[in-house]
Ligand binder design. Structure first.
Ligand SMILES: [Fe+2]
Length: 160
């Protein structure tokens, strides 16, 4: 069901959780593409592990809709569409020997966007007194932060 005007903090968080759902769906698609692009077994494993976590995050978002008393639906997430398109364009242009590095850097960019999205959502949910929703969003944020650290150390290791 399409959402009408965004006029209250509740409307705003509803729209942003709907966008977060699309953001995670983009993550799943991107992780699949990056998994295919990466040549290194360890990097591939990192992507498939985070794809599993991303499925849990989508389940958490389904719960967040319930906690907040909203109907579940999705809304556009142009930022993650852009991150995904940028990765695809770069992979197409670059020599295969650079694909591991591009895959890690693209995934890192995606994680940083997700960290920003969840950090804001947690504050908004907390302000609205929705502690159950805030807790679920925090679980997602913790996974994104952990993944971001793993991606960065994999990149450091790969480039060393
Ligand atoms: Fe995620």
């Amino acid at each position: 069901m399409a959402q009408q005007q965004i006029s209250t903090p509740e409307d705003l968080i509803h729209y942003q959780v709907r966008s977060a759902l699309t953001m995670e769906q983009h993550s799943l698609e991107a992780l699949d593409e990056l998994h295919a692009a990466a040549k290194d077994a360890k990097i591939k494993k990192l992507f498939s592990h985070h794809a599993d976590e991303t499925r849990e995050q989508i389940a958490n978002l389904t719960q967040v809709f319930k906690e907040l008393g909203f109907d579940e639906s999705s809304a556009p997430s142009p930022a993650t569409t852009g991150i995904k398109n940028q990765a695809a364009a770069l992979l197409e242009k670059a020599e295969p020997k650079l694909h591991n590095q591009i895959a890690l850097m693209s995934a890192l960019g995606n994680e940083h966007f997700e960290i920003a999205a969840y950090s804001g959502l947690i504050l908004q949910a907390t302000t609205l007194g929705a502690s159950g929703a805030a807790k679920l969003l925090q679980e997602n944020l913790d996974q994104e932060q952990h993944t971001s650290e793993e991606l960065l150390s994999a990149l450091q290791e790969y480039l060393a």
